[in-house]
Design a protein around this ligand. Structure first.
Ligand code: ADP
Length: 484
């Protein structure tokens, strides 16, 4: 196995900084790739948490003026991850999350902040760090989208490039004037370059110039080639279809393991699923729900946004109540959705419980104690919570889109697909179709052997990174061979 050296570029990496699924992937993939002979280092910005947590840092390079202030490139490590950290205090040493202020407003200089990250990625690609000259630069999402563009416009021998889309909705759009301050030529303001509806898009830069494009499920790879799913990039992706593919995400099966999980009240495996009832009782207590083993408990762990379709679940509440089910929702995001869920909980004490916030520990308990996990997304590039649900024997009830379609086998399609059923899928993505699925799930719940079968099939599904990392390794090797 010839080793391959890859520089990953990501704006968030679990367990250091996380706002969503991108961080999970960026944190898990390098470790899973080791078994496949891929040596991956990850470049990320030096936010305060990064500077606090990353150890063994060595200064590789300093600049008196990097995008308007002093900057340094550090090498260091954390939790098995080999990292490059771009420490530019005037760009990254701030409170709030990587993208928004504590008031939830985008940092006004986000264009500059992530151009700076991509610029140094391209420079590492050119050999800035002699001890680590990558054969491939792998850019994740719009924050790293300029890396393939810099490498293109630098007009020098360059490493191969891969662009991964974790969510088409985030496109890194800025005013055209930014080009003047990020070191790209004005010729890049072109329909075949960065130009996008009169401004520029960092995501487009990556999609235009990367040698390969991947996204996080085969179905999403197809959906984004349509005008609707492509959210403005359908045409470009149809043109680039021959280099576009979908590779499913895995989850960290060490962190998500009901047999060893320190965050749940009662640990269990396939042989002692009965212990889930004890977790359910704790969950009911924490969400102020009536204690009842007979009422199916539906769980939700999600950002509250239009994408996630949770307004549809609000419409389906009469079905939940009518069927004698309970709902426990953990989420944060849109203020309007937060308020509507809180109102639903107030109106239905004991039946609907809502916790607004981001809480990793409670997320584990929800997986361990819910009977079913609902993911009614309007679009879902891959989705991770349904994978965790399979591993915790909570039965996924999901819409038939993106990675949800690829990772869950509907109870009615098991025979035709030759795969064992693991959950319930509904289409179209409407409140009515969702309600139909809830009724079907309720019937199955009361047929104990049928429910157990679904649970066991889910537990037997491989949701780890092992196989998926192999697909990335094969892509890297093919790409290196194609360019040789
Ligand atoms: P997205 O990245 O679009 O938010 P994913 O399903 O790909 O959706 O990943 C979401 C990740 O964030 C999962 O690991 C999920 O458990 C976690 N998560 C989402 N909302 C919360 C929350 N309110 N509390 C704890 N974890 C959450």
């Amino acid at each position: 196995m010839t080793p391959v050296r890859v520089l990953a570029v990501a704006s968030e990496v679990y367990p250091i900084v996380k706002t969503g699924g991108l961080a999970d992937v960026a944190g898990a993939l390098p470790i899973a790739l080791k078994a496949h002979g891929v040596e991956m280092r990850t470049l990320m910005p030096g936010y305060p948490d990064v500077m606090r947590l990353v150890s063994g840092t060595a200064e590789i390079r300093t600049w008196p003026d990097y995008f308007g202030g002093p900057g340094r490139l550090l090498a260091g490590s954390h939790d098995g991850l080999d990292l490059f950290v771009l420490d530019v205090p005037h760009l990254y040493a701030r409170p709030g999350n990587p993208y928004v202020t504590t008031e939830g407003v985008d940092w006004p200089d986000n264009g500059l902040r992530f151009a700076a990250l991509s610029r140094v990625a391209a420079d590492i690609g050119h050999g800035l760090v002699p001890a680590f000259v990558p054969e491939i630069v792998h850019a994740h999402d719009w924050q790293a989208g300029l890396a393939p563009a810099y490498l293109h416009y630098d007009n020098r021998p360059r490493p191969a490039t891969v662009m991964t889309i974790h969510n088409m909705a985030y496109q890194g759009k800025f005013a055209r004037e930014l080009i003047g301050s990020i070191g790209l030529p004005w010729s890049s303001f072109d329909v075949h370059g960065l130009e996008y509806f009169g401004g520029i898009s960092f995501l487009k830069a990556g999609l235009q110039f990367a040698d390969r494009i991947t996204t996080v499920s085969p179905t999403y790879a197809r959906e984004i080639q349509s005008d609707e799913g492509g959210m403005g990039f359908g045409g470009l992706l149809r043109q680039r279809a021959s280099v576009l593919s979908g590779i499913l995400n895995g989850i960290d099966t060490g962190v998500w393991n009901p047999q060893t999980d320190a965050h749940i009240a009662y640990r269990y495996g396939a042989e002692d699923l009965a212990f889930r009832a004890a977790n359910k009782a704790v969950l009911q207590q924490q969400f102020n729900l009536d204690s009842s083993d007979e009422a199916p408990l539906l769980g939700v762990i999600s950002r509250l946004s239009w994408q996630k379709g949770l307004d549809l679940l609000l419409e389906a509440i009469p079905t939940i109540l009518g069927e004698g089910m309970q709902l426990a929702l953990l989420g944060s995001g849109d203020r309007d959705l937060q308020e509507r869920y809180q109102a639903a909980a107030r109106a239905n004490p004991g039946r609907i419980g809502v916790v607004i916030g981001y809480d990793e520990i409670l997320a584990h308990l929800l997986q361990a104690g819910s009977d079913a996990l609902i993911v009614p997304s309007r679009f879902e590039p891959c989705g991770l919570t349904q994978l965790c649900a399979l591993r915790y024997a909570a039965i996924p009830i999901v819409s038939r889109v993106g990675g949800l379609e690829d990772t869950i086998v509907d109870i009615d399609e098991a025979d035709s697909s030759g795969r064992d059923a693991t959950g319930f899928k509904f289409a179209p993505v409407t409140a009515d179709a969702l309600a139909g699925s809830l009724r079907k799930a309720n019937t199955a719940f009361h047929d104990k052997p049928a429910w157990r079968r679904l649970q066991r099939n889910g537990l037997a599904t491989d949701v780890s990174w092992r196989g998926r990392a192999g697909e990335y390794a094969a892509l890297y090797r093919n790409l290196v061979a194609a360019r040789a």
